[in-house]
Write a protein that binds this ligand. Structure first.
Ligand code: NAP
Ligand code: GDP
Length: 328
């Protein structure tokens, strides 16, 4: 059998880094798209680039940008990957209210552009789209499944809903092998520092070490279905191993409040979060999604995928990692 070749957009992000580890372990050649920044933005994959067992020919990085799809088209024609994992884009829901055009361009129109490239490629390729629970926004039913109607309440969710629907349209109309993994929040020590879980884990570690006293947060009543990111990378891979393309909910099915996460994170280092958390209105969003809880039954049945790590273990492992990085 020939060596599978993956192309990952968003390889420098949380999920891209875990997926790259997984695919390299499975013997893939991995090509990743990286965008130019004024400082290197590859810290999440530096350990793989430094790993002598991987080698430059098995992990290849290419400059590119979702705002320059002509260069992405050129790359895809040259690489001819067997699988494309499209993870890149503006991933912060709160910020999507502040930069809606960038958010919709990267999370919506860029997916359409990639589908068009694939349609013309003349080479069989499987396409994974990183969809989000935010497509459901304020759903009438909980938990949500693959049939739940879209009802996004922010620009991020609207763009992801547009892209998810387009994947379905290209699958049904042109036979493109396009799948959406409708993932609920997934966290890890590599989560961006302005997401609430990582903000909390870093603060718990820093307060424990005496380097910070307070943590300013917004709405503590919000609830999320939080899983562990490396397990979600495994689900992405499994989605593309099926003969027929399809969409899958990737979730734990359990929800917790921000207060639950605070309690688990601060509790793991014997701190009382109530003594440190303050309220700051700028972290409150113009509109909140609610009722977001995913039913992963289809993923379990057809992919054999099940989440293993839940709160409070997730919060604890994130705080431990942040404590360790402070000791470095
Ligand atoms: P992340 O850590 O924010 O990573 C985003 C990646 O996209 C980074 O590699 C970033 O590059 C890249 N990127 C952003 N704009 C780009 C552009 N214009 N051109 C090229 N690359 C660009 O996000 P993540 O948590 O890994 O999430 C991966 C995907 O899953 C995202 O599409 C996200 O919306 C979606 N998703 C995530 C979750 C979750 O809970 N994590 C849940 C549902 C869906 P830089 O490193 O240069 O910034
Ligand atoms: P999201 O679900 O992708 O928006 O992930 P976030 O981690 O950014 O936010 C999860 C929830 O935490 C949302 O309901 C936010 O309103 C809430 N939240 C409360 N305080 C904060 C904060 O300081 N930062 C962030 N990012 N979210 C907060």
């Amino acid at each position: 059998m020939s060596t599978p070749v993956a192309f990952i957009t968003g390889i420098t992000g949380q999920d891209g880094s875990y997926l790259t580890e997984l695919l390299l372990q499975k013997g893939y050649v991995v090509h990743g798209l990286v965008r130019r920044a004024s400082m290197f933005n590859r810290s999440r994959i530096d350990h793989l680039r430094a790993d002598a067992t991987v080698g430059a020919e098995r992990l290849v990085l290419h400059y590119g940008d979702l705002n320059d799809l002509t260069s992405v088209r050129r790359l895809l024609r040259k690489i001819l990957p067997t699988e494309i994992y499209h993870l890149a884009g503006q991933s912060h829901v709160g910020l999507s209210f502040e930069i809606p055009e960038v958010t919709c361009g990267e999370n919506g129109m860029a997916v359409l552009g990639l589908l068009e490239i694939i349609r013309d490629l003349g080479h069989p390729v499987r396409f994974y789209h990183a969809a989000s629970s935010e497509i459901f926004g304020r759903p009438a039913q909980a938990p949500q499944d693959e049939q739940t109607p879209f009802n996004p309440v922010n620009p991020y969710g609207a763009a992801k809903a547009f892209a998810t629907q387009l994947c379905r349209i290209y699958r049904d109309s042109y036979g493109v092998y396009a799948c959406s993994g409708i993932a609920y929040n997934h966290e890890s020590p590599r989560r961006g520092e302005n997401f609430v879980t990582r903000k909390i884990s870093r603060a718990a570690a820093r307060i424990k070490r005496g380097e910070q006293r307070e943590l300013a947060l917004g709405n503590l009543d919000a609830r999320r279905d939080w899983g562990y990111a490396p397990e979600y990378a495994e689900a992405m891979w499994r989605v593309l191993q099926r003969d027929q393309p399809d969409d899958f909910i990737v979730a734990t099915g359990e929800t917790h409040s921000i207060e639950d996460f605070l309690s688990a994170a601060f509790g793991s280092v014997e701190l009382d979060w109530r003594k440190h958390v303050t309220f700051e209105s700028r972290f409150v969003r113009p509109a909140e999604a609610w009722n977001l809880s995913g039913n992963p039954a289809k993923a379990k049945k057809l992919l054999g995928w099940e989440p293993a790590t839940r709160l409070p273990r997730l919060a604890e492992l994130m705080v431990r990692a942040d404590l360790a990085s402070l000791s470095d």
